[in-house]
Write a protein that binds this ligand. Structure first.
Ligand SMILES: [Ca+2]
Ligand SMILES: [Ca+2]
Ligand SMILES: [Ca+2]
Length: 512
């Protein structure tokens, strides 16, 4: 164990002294995405990084990034944005020291872990076999931290196979990933100066799991599970969380954008039925969507360089206006023309007929008589309260398709993803089972009893952990006594481990 750690740290020192950021690609045979250790999605050293099909040289997105905006108790804007990676990125690699509230700068954090199900299955079968050498990313997975590091006990989700509250791959512990292939990044917004939002940081830690799922119908979809964690000593009252995407869509010069409020999605699409040029998709026109799966959409907007009103936000106040669903200068988005001037106010740019306050109006970009052009889009969710040390979770899908039916097919895919996402949450993980245990109801209402049934004699140990891996409830359930009270647990997603002498089974449990 000592030798392995030594090797790992030695390598890191050689490859990344400056803690700038490292990049790493991940692909599922259909889509190749470039990720960065500072949390920037889909960009490879300044070039577009969402290639589909793999090897085609054709891209959907130039880059994507979270945006954060909060106001501290003194009334100061605390924001973190990126709209052009060349101008400034207000995120860096590494977790935040919980004592000093500054970024950890050890090179070990300037990293993108990448793990797939095959590696995990092999590891689970082989971890205690002589001659087995675990993959580096399972060895270095930042499951548990060391004492004295001023870090939370768990920085990445894992299964604690030997149940000792410590990540140790040699004891059969293994990374918990979403989907069947995942990349994991821990970033922060405190390491450097905020040149774009021109103010102090939130002191937010970003724990980002980007993943593919095995289902062939979602081979063009990239999922993200993100935790935004408040490591400051302020309780934030009105946090907005956005996701910005700078689009390519094959030929970059003929694109439009829109919002689908019902599906909690912003999307870009080809302005015409031919995506011409070397990097264009031709007649199978490209579409790209950003869909929020578990949180609201409070507004959407886009920016036009050198347009006086619709330009990118230039200072902290303008960033805040945008995150609150206004143009940078604080004027309302209106449901006519390009969204400026007089008219009916809205929070959603080009929402077609999906604005819940104005279902009678149909406002799209493609009736303007324009030919389309370079486009970007920002989807925003909020406002949220986020107490000291608290985290908020975002499940997001990035949808990409090439299809003549265009927006209709994108809407269908968004609906399929939504159904899949909610079903997935209720489906047990496919781990080896010796006997069958059932948990119900699931979801269970807070304070209601949770029933457990199993075949066989004796009793089963139940451990319930929250999303961070912290044990929140444990006990034994015997064959005769099949009810467990979950009273006192907050609504949310939990992991249930059920153990007997001969087996272990994992289930996800939702408490409503
Ligand atoms: Ca362990
Ligand atoms: Ca295009
Ligand atoms: Ca065209």
């Amino acid at each position: 164990m000592k030798k392995i750690l030594f090797t790992y740290f030695s390598l890191s020192i050689v490859t990344s002294c400056l803690l700038a950021q490292v990049g790493r690609d991940m692909n599922n045979g259909t889509v190749n995405i470039s990720l960065n250790s500072n949390g920037l999605f889909f960009n490879k050293s300044g070039m577009p990084g969402f290639e589909t099909p793999v090897g085609s040289g054709k891209h959907m997105v130039n880059f994507s990034s979270f945006w954060l905006s909060a106001i501290d108790p003194a009334g100061k804007f605390r924001q973190s944005v990126v709209y052009n990676p060349a101008n400034g990125i207000e995120f860096w690699p590494g977790p935040i020291d919980t004592f000093t509230r500054t970024a950890k700068t050890d090179s070990v954090w300037d990293y993108i872990w990448q793990v797939d199900n095959e590696m995990i299955q092999t590891h689970r079968k082989s971890y205690n076999l002589t001659g087995y050498n675990a993959p580096d990313d399972i060895k270095s997975w930042p499951g548990s931290t060391k004492k004295g590091e001023n870090l939370p006990a768990i920085l990445a989700p894992y299964y604690d196979w030997d149940n000792n509250a410590k990540y140790d791959f040699t004891k059969g512990d293994f990374p918990y990933i979403e989907g069947n292939k995942a990349a994991y990044i821990i970033g922060n917004d405190v390491k450097g100066e905020h040149l774009i939002s021109a103010g102090p940081p939130l002191t937010a830690e970003m724990q980002l799991m980007t993943y593919f799922v095995p289902e062939p119908e979602f081979k063009d979809v990239v999922f993200v599970n993100a935790h935004v964690i408040n490591r400051s000593d302020f309780a934030y009252k009105d946090l907005y969380v956005g996701l910005f995407a700078d689009l390519v869509l094959g030929n970059i010069d003929d694109n439009f954008i829109g919002t689908d409020v019902k599906r909690k999605m912003v999307f870009g699409y080809n302005a015409d039925d031919n995506d011409e040029g070397t990097y264009g998709y031709g007649q199978s026109v490209p579409l790209f969507g950003v869909q929020f799966l578990n949180q609201n959409i409070s507004s959407s907007i886009a920016f036009t360089l050198s347009d006086s009103l619709r330009n990118y936000p230039q200072n902290g106040k303008q960033v805040r206006n945008v995150m609150e669903g206004k143009w940078p200068n604080g004027t309302d988005i209106v449901m006519t023309g390009n969204g400026t001037g007089g008219g009916v106010s809205t929070n959603y740019l080009f929402a077609g007929r999906t604005d819940p306050n104005h279902p009678e109006l149909d406002w799209k970009e493609n009736v303007l008589g324009e030919k389309g052009g370079k486009r970007n889009m920002l989807i925003v969710s909020g406002p949220y309260q986020l107490g000291i040390g608290k985290s908020i979770k975002f499940d997001i899908a990035f949808l990409s398709i090439q299809d003549k039916r265009s927006v209709i097919r994108l809407e269908e895919l968004a609906d399929e993803i939504k159904d899949y996402f909610y079903l997935k949450l209720n489906t047990p993980l496919k781990l080896t089972k010796i006997e069958k245990i059932n948990l119900w109801p699931n979801p269970v209402f807070m304070n209601d009893p949770l029933n457990i049934s199993f075949s066989g004699e004796g009793s089963v140990e139940i451990l319930i952990r929250d999303m961070s891996g912290r044990k929140v409830l444990s006990g034994y359930v015997s064959y005769d006594d099949q009810v467990l009270s979950v009273a006192g647990l907050n609504p949310g997603l939990y992991f249930v481990e059920m153990r007997s002498e001969s087996f272990i089974q994992f289930e996800k449990l939702i408490i409503n």
